[in-house]
Ligand binder design. Sequence first.
Ligand code: GLU
Length: 432
Amino acid sequence: MKLRKEYHPDVNLNLNVRGLPRSATLVINEHSKALIGEGRRVFKLGLGQSPFPVPETVVEELKKNAHQKDYLPVTGLAELREAVAEYHRSREGVAYNGEDVLIGPGSKELMFLMQLVYYGDLVIPTPSWVSYAPQANIIGRHIRWLPTYAVNGWRLTPDEIEKLCLQDPERPRLIILNYPNNPSGGTYRLEELKALAQIARRYRVILLSDEIYGELHHKGQHVSIARFYPEGTIISSGLSKWCGAGGWRLGTFTFPHSLKWLLDAMAVVASETYTATSAPIQFAAVTAFNGGAEIENYLIHSRRVLRALGKHVYQKLSEAGVWLQEPKGGFYLFPDFTPFREKLKARGITSSEELCNSLLVDTGVAILPGTVFGRKPEELTARIAYVDFNGSEALKLSSQMSTSKNYSVESLSTCCSNLLDATERLCDWLHT
Ligand code: GLU
C-alpha cells in the first residue's frame, strides 16, 4: 500500500535524521544474533561489549537497592557524584568535588547532551568511535575531522590541532580525545598528553576526554589529560567497559569549575528529557567507584586477560601479513588489510564494507568496517572487538595463576576458543 504524502517519512522526518541508519555497533550485534538464531555459527567481534561479569560486590549492592524507587536529582545521586569526584581527584590530583560531576544514563547520552548545548565546532579525530559524528549530524553541528595516521599509532598530534586552530583561532571548539582508543587500542604517553594539553590551552579548546577504557589500560597506567589541562578538560567515564556493565547504562562527566555552565546547561536538557538516571544503578555505582581490594583484583585480571588475548590476535594477524598495532588498552584492534588489496579485488572486494560483509558470509566472523569510524570507503581498515570469549572463566583462570607471570594465551585457551577460532578463520580467509 502506498503511504499518503502527509504520512510519508520523506516529508515528515527531521532532515538531520532522514536516511540515517541505526548505530553500526548495535546493527552488527542484532545482525549477528539473527544469524545465530538461524543456526549459523557467528563470532561476535562487532559490538564492543565487555565479556567480564559485573564484580560481585557491585551486583550485591544493586540487589540491596532494588527498592530505591524515587526519582533522584537530575545531576545524580549526591553520594555517587562525590564518589566519582574522589575517584578522579585521587588519581589525577585535580581538586574536583561532587558538584563537578554529572551522572547520566550512559556517557553516550551525556555526549549527545553536551553537543546539543555547546555552541562551537565538534572536532573529532579519524578514526574514532562510531557515534560521535552521527550525534553531531543529528543535532546539526559542524564537524571537523582531524586526520591521524597508522605510522603514528593513530594518535592525534598537537600539529594537527594547531593547523586547524590557526585557520580561525578565536572559533569555539570541542575536541573529543579518546584513549585507550576505540577503535585502535592505542593510548598516549605522558609527554604526548602534555603536548596536547599545551596546544589545547593555547587555543582555549575544550577537551572532552573520553576515558571510558581508562581502567582497561593493559598495564594499569592510565593518566587523564585533565592532569595537565584541568581548566579545559571534561573527563567522560562510566561503568560500561571496566565494570562490565554496558547494559546498566551509567555514565559520568567530570567538569572543571570553569565549565560549570556547561554542566548546568546539560542538566536543564536532562531535566526535560530523561529526568534522572536509574536510582538502583546509581546506588550500586557508588560501590564501583569507591573501589577496594576486590575491584582492584578484578581489574588486574581483566587487564591481564585482555593484554594476552590482544597480543595473540595481533601476532596472528601480523604473521598473516596484515598491518596493525598491538593494543595498549581496551579490547579493540584496527587492522589494515591493504597488503591484500589485489587479492581481495580479484574476489570483488574493494571497500571495507564489502570486506566485512564477505568475511561474515564466508566465515561467520563479524567485525566492523573502517567507514563507520570515519575512514574512506576504499581504505581496507576494520575494527575487531576481541571480546568473544567467556569472561567469567577467563577471570577464574587468571586468578589461579601468579600475577607476577605474564602468561601466554594457551593458559586461557579453554575459555576463548571462539576468539582463537575467529582469528584463525580470518587469517585463512585472507590466504584462500
Ligand atoms: N562502545 C561500544 C562499541 O564501540 C558499544 C556501545 C555503543 O556503541 O553504544 O562497540
